[in-house]
Design a protein around this ligand. Structure first.
Ligand code: ADP
Length: 191
């Protein structure tokens, strides 16, 4: 069982690469952003709450996010491994995820961090806005806020895994296939 944290700033390609990892390795993909967007679409109480943060580029509070992630993971008791995408995004979430997996006799195998320069992220997000229908991609001020929140609150999550010897940086520039090849090699090398 391998559990992967696919990490990186907004626009780094986490969603795209997660789909390829699922196809290749048979992991279950858990994206907190996707789950929030589904709740917004279905107009649930959680969706209404999440929307109020997401439209401003802020993080949804930890307690709500952690509970939601754990419920989602518990819905896949037979998973051969998870790709966590967009989670953990704070060190509190990282600690909660460690504790949650530990209770099940599991752990994070490694964090794979897609490294993409900020200028390129802005280009990608602006382009994604043309097709994603995501309001948080359409507004440059919200994009900047998400990048700032990433640098302030999410980047330290890398230190959490670095301290456990589980951090691995992956060059996030190049073709989708090239980047996937780097991720696949990193995972296969864990063996
Ligand atoms: P991106 O990586 O492009 O920002 P996501 O879909 O991962 O896209 O996240 C979109 C938004 O959802 C975030 O800006 C944030 O408001 C909210 N969100 C997603 N995951 C989390 C999380 N783990 N903790 C708090 N908020 C989150």
């Amino acid at each position: 069982m391998r559990n992967i944290v696919l990490f990186g700033p907004p626009g780094a390609g986490k969603g795209t690469q997660s789909a390829l990892l699922v196809d290749h390795f048979g992991f279950v993909h858990l994206s907190t952003g996707d789950i929030f967007r589904l709740n917004i679409k279905e107009e649930t109480v959680l969706g209404k709450l999440a929307k109020s943060y997401m439209e401003k580029g802020q993080l949804v509070p930890d307690d709500v996010t952690i509970r939601m992630l754990e419920d989602s993971a518990n819905g896949h008791p037979d998973a051969r491994g998870f790709v966590f995408d967009g989670f953990p995004r704070t060190t509190a979430q990282a600690g909660a995820l460690d504790a949650f997996l530990n209770e099940k006799g599991q752990a994070i195998s490694g964090m794979l961090a897609l490294e993409v320069p900020e200028d390129e992220l802005k280009v990608r997000l602006a382009k994604r806005a043309e097709t994603s229908g995501r309001p948080d991609d359409a507004d440059p001020a919200v994009i900047q806020k998400r990048i700032d929140v990433y640098n302030a609150e999410t980047a330290p999550v890398a230190d959490h895994y670095q301290a456990q010897g589980k951090y691995q940086g992956i060059e996030g520039l190049g073709s989708v296939e090239d980047i996937f090849g780097r991720l696949r090699s990193a995972i296969e090398a864990w063996a």
